[in-house]
Design a protein around this ligand. Structure first.
Ligand code: ADP
Length: 687
C-alpha cells in the first residue's frame, strides 16, 4: 500500500524563531530553549539544525525521558521529512533500535544515550545533543546534564548541546552551564478558564466521569483531555465513559470517541490519538501525565484534572519502593490546564479546591534523582573512569541525599560491583555494560560462571520487560487456568517465570497456550523479544559466537540450584530470613526490617512455617504493608559469604574512595575485563 503523503511541516512557534536559535547555537556550546508544550521543540529543533548543516559532522541526538515519546516523535519527524522511519530519522530505546548507518536525526531515551557513552565516552558520533523535556527531571537526564558539562570542555569546538524545557527554571540551568544563553520562545497560548471544585471528590473517577458527560451534553465541539493516574484507572474510565455516552438520555448532537493514552499502549493504538478527529465527533482522550508535556494532542479544548499522579518513590533507609498516588505540583497543574488553550480559548476543570492548589501542591515536582534507588546510576558513573570524580561530590543540578548515595554504594558492594574501598571491580565493569538493573546483570554474570546463563537470561528478560504475564481476569475460569500453570516447584517466583517461559517455548510459542493459561500474549511476546535482544548484547559483550537458544537444562539441575545460586549472588543486597516465631521475614543487612511475602507470590498460600529459611526478593514494595515481590528460595551456605561481607562493610571507606583508578591500574583492570569477557565467551557455548 503506498504510504500517505506527509502533511506539510507545521509552522510552529519554534520555526518562527529559526534564525535566532541557529545564531545562538552557532555562537555557544550550550543553549537552553524554553517554550510552551507544543511549540515544536521536540519535532522541529532537530530538523532546523539538520537543514542548517549541523548533521554534516555527525548526527543529532534528541533524548526523551519516555520511550513512548521517543517512538512517537521520531515517527512524526520521519513523516514530516517524507522518509521511512529508521533511515535518516530513527529511534533507539532499550531493547529496540530502529536506526541505520544513514540515521542523522536519532531520538533516543536518555538511558540509551548514557549507555552509548560507555562505549564512546566522548559521543563523537554526535555533533548535536538535545536533552529534550529536561523539566521532567528524570534521573537519567539529570545525570546527562552533569555529563554534558564535562563533555563540552573536551569537545568545545565540535559539540553543541541544547537543553529544552517547557517549564524548567532556565536561569538555574544557565548558571549550571556557566551562564549559557536561555532562549524563551513565546508561545501562542489562548486563555484557559479554570473551574475549581468546592471540595476534593471522594472518587475522582466518578467525578471526572460526571464532568466529562456534562461537557459533552452542554459544551460546543472540542476534544476533552482527562488526566488519570495510571493504566487501571484509564481502563475503568474508558469503559464507563463509553457506556454512559451510549446511554446519554438527552443525547448530544455530536458523536463521541473515547481513546486511552499511556506508556504501555501498543504503538498501533497510540497513533490513534494523533489522527484527526472524524467529522462532527468529540474525542475524549483519557491519559496519564504522558499528555502533560511529552505528547501533544491537537484539538483539545477541555481539560479535566483530577490533581493526582502516580509516582514511584524509593526510600533509601528501608530499600523500599512505594507506588503512591500523590498530589501533582502547581507546575504540573498549570501544564495540564495549558493543554486546553492551544488552538482556541479553553476550559480546565480542576477537581480540587483552589486552596489545595495554592497551599498544598508543591511548587514543582521532586526530581526523580531525589526519589529513586541510585545503585544503577552510581555504577554507571563509576564505570566512566572520570578523573577526579568522587560520587558524593558529582556535579548534579540538584544533588541526591547523601543517604541515598551511601545506600547505592552499599548495595553495589554487596553484589561485588565495587570493592571495600569503593573502587569499581572488573565484575562491576561488565555489569555496567548490560542494560539491566545491577542485581540482574550480576545474576547473569554469575549464571555464566555456573553454566545456567540461558535460564538466567529468561528470568532477567521477563523481570526487566516490566510486564505482567498473568491476565487480570478475576473470574473462576481465569483462576482455574492459572492453577494449571507451572508452580515453581516450591522454589518461588523466579523459577515459576522460567518454567512458564519454557512451557510456552515447548508449545512452539503458541498464542493459544498463553490464553489457555490466562497469560497475556503481548507480554509473553515482549519478554521473548527482550530475551532475543539480551542474547545479542551478551554475545557482543562476550565478543564471540554463542548459542543462547538451548533452554532445557532442567534434567541436569533438577532443583534449579545453579540458577538459584546465581540469583543469590545477584540479589545479595536483597536477602531475607524467615522469622522463627512470627509470620513473615526480616530483611538481612544494614537496614533490617519485617516484611511479608506478596500475595501474588507462587509460594503464598503455604504456611509460613514451611516457607524457605532464606529468600532473595526482586523488590520491596509498600502497599498496605511492606511486601517482598518475586521471591526465590536460596540456601544458607550461599548466604554466608554475603553475611561476611556485611560484617566488613564500612560505608566511610566505600564513599571515601575515588572511583578513578590511576592509569597503570586501569591497564591492569582492562586486561582483567577482557579476560572475564573471554571467559564468558567460553562458558556461553554450553548454554
Ligand atoms: P514540544 O516539544 O514543544 O512540546 P512538539 O514538537 O512535540 O512540541 O509538537 C509540535 C506539534 O507536532 C504539535 O502540534 C503536535 O501535535 C505535533 N506532533 C508531535 N508529535 C506528533 C505525532 N507523533 N503525530 C502527530 N503530530 C505530532
Amino acid at each position: 500500500m503506498p504510504s500517505p503523503s506527509p502533511p506539510p511541516p507545521p509552522v510552529l512557534p519554534i520555526s518562527e524563531h529559526e534564525d535566532v536559535i541557529v545564531a545562538a547555537v552557532d555562537a555557544n556550546p550550550v543553549v537552553v530553549v524554553i517554550g510552551e508544550t507544543g511549540s515544536g521543540k521536540s519535532t522541529q529543533l532537530s530538523q532546523i539544525l539538520h537543514r542548517r548543516g549541523y548533521t554534516r559532522r555527525g548526527a543529532i541526538a534528541v533524548t526523551q525521558p519516555r520511550r513512548v515519546a521517543a517512538v512517537s516523535v521520531s515517527r512524526r519527524v520521519a513523516q514530516e521529512l517524507g522518509v521511512p522511519l529508521g533511515d535518516e530519522v530513527g529511534y533507539a530505546i532499550r531493547f529496540e533500535d530502529r536506526t541505520s548507518e544513514r540515521t542523522c536525526i536519532k531520538y533516543l531515551t536518555d538511558g540509551v544515550l548514557l549507555r552509548e557513552s560507555l562505549s564512546n565516552p566522548e559521543l563523537r558520533q554526535y555533533s548535536v545533543i538535545i536533552l529534550d523535556e529536561a523539566h521532567e527531571r528524570s534521573l537519567n537526564t539529570d545525570i546527562l546534564l552533569g555529563l554534558m558539562k564535562r563533555l563540552i570542555k573536551d569537545r568545545a569546538s565540535d559539540l553543541k548541546v541544547l537543553i529544552t524545557s517547557a517549564t524548567l527554571d532556565g536561569l538555574k540551568v544557565s548558571k549550571f552551564f556557566s551562564g549559557c544563553p536561555v532562549l524563551n520562545i513565546p508561545g501562542t497560548l489562548f486563555p484557559v478558564e479554570k473551574f475549581y471544585s468546592t471540595e476534593r471528590p471522594t472518587n475522582y473517577i466518578e467525578s471526572s466521569l460526571r464532568t466529562a458527560i456534562d461537557i459533552h451534553a452542554k459544551e460546543p465541539p472540542g476534544d476533552v483531555l482527562i488526566f488519570m493516574t495510571g493504566k487501571d484507572d484509564i481502563d475503568k474510565m474508558v469503559s464507563k465513559l463509553e457506556e454512559r455516552i451510549q446511554n446519554l438520555e438527552e443525547g448530544s448532537c455530536i458523536d463521541a470517541l473515547v481513546l486511552p493514552l499511556h506508556g504501555s499502549l501498543p504503538p498501533e493504538l497510540q497513533v490513534r490519538v494523533f489522527a484527526p478527529a472524524p467529522p462532527n465527533c468529540r474525542r475524549f482522550i483519557v491519559a496519564t501525565n504522558v499528555a502533560e508535556t511529552s505528547l501533544t494532542v491537537d484539538g483539545v479544548v477541555f481539560v479535566i484534572d483530577c490533581g493526582y499522579v502516580k509516582q514511584r518513590q524509593y526510600n533509601p533507609s528501608s530499600g523500599m519502593y512505594s507506588l503512591d498516588v500523590v498530589q501533582i505540583s502547581r507546575v504540573q497543574a498549570d501544564q495540564r490546564a495549558g493543554r486546553a488553550g492551544r488552538t482556541r480559548p479553553g476550559k480546565c476543570y480542576r477537581l480540587y479546591p483552589i486552596s489545595i492548589y495554592q497551599n498544598e501542591f508543591l511548587e514543582a515536582t521532586v526530581p526523580e534523582i531525589q526519589r529513586s534507588s541510585l545503585a544503577g546510576s552510581v555504577l554507571y558513573l563509576k564505570s566512566l573512569n572520570l578523573p577526579d570524580i568522587n560520587i558524593l561530590k558529582f556535579d548534579f543540578l540538584d544533588p541526591p541525599s547523601r543517604e541515598s548515595l551511601e545506600d547505592a554504594l552499599r548495595q553495589l558492594y554487596l553484589i561485588d560491583a565495587i570493592d571495600e574501598n569503593g573502587e569499581i571491580t572488573d565484575v562491576g565493569r561488565v555489569m555496567a555494560e548490560l542494560p539491566l538493573e545491577p542485581s540482574l546483570s550480576r545474576t547473569l554474570i554469575e549464571a555464566n560462571e555456573l553454566g545456567c546463563l540461558s535460564q538466567a537470561l529468561t528470568v532477567a528478560s521477563i523481570l526487566s520487560a516490566e510486564i505482567t504475564l498473568r491476565s487480570a481476569s478475576k473470574d473462576m475460569d481465569g483462576k482455574r487456568k492459572r492453577q494449571e500453570l507451572p508452580d515453581g516447584s516450591g522454589w518461588g517466583d523466579h523459577i515459576q517465570l522460567l518454567q512458564i517461559f519454557e512451557s510456552w517455548d515447548q508449545s512452539g510459542y503458541d498464542p493459544r497456550w498463553c490464553s489457555d493459561h490466562d497469560l497475556q500474549v503481548r507480554s509473553m511476546k515482549l519478554s521473548k523479544d527482550v530475551r532475543n535482544q539480551l542474547c545479542q548484547i551478551i554475545k557482543k559483550i562476550a565478543k564471540g559466537s554463542t548459542d543462547v537458544h538451548a533452554r532445557k537444562s532442567r534434567k541436569s539441575d533438577p532443583d534449579y540450584r545453579k540458577l538459584r545460586r546465581a540469583l543469590c549472588v545477584g540479589y545479595g543486597n536483597q536477602l531475607a530470613e524467615r522469622m522463627l516465631h512470627h509470620n513473615g521475614y526480616h530483611t538481612v543487612g544494614y537496614r533490617s526490617q519485617l516484611v511479608q511475602v506478596h500475595p501474588s507470590s507462587v509460594l503464598e498460600g503455604d504456611e509460613y512455617g514451611k516457607f524457605p529459611m532464606y529468600v532473595i526478593y526482586h523488590e520491596l514494595i509498600c502497599t498496605t504493608r511492606p511486601y517482598m515481590r518475586n521471591i526465590c528460595a536460596v540456601e544458607q551456605a550461599w548466604v554466608e559469604p554475603i553475611l561476611k561481607k556485611l560484617e566488613k562493610l564500612d560505608v566511610n571507606k566505600l564513599s571515601g574512595g575515588s572511583s578513578a583508578p590511576k592509569d597503570s591500574e586501569l591497564l591492569v583492570e582492562n586486561k582483567q575485563v577482557n579476560s572475564l569477557k573471554k571467559d564468558m565467551d567460553v562458558k556461553q557455548s554450553e548454554v
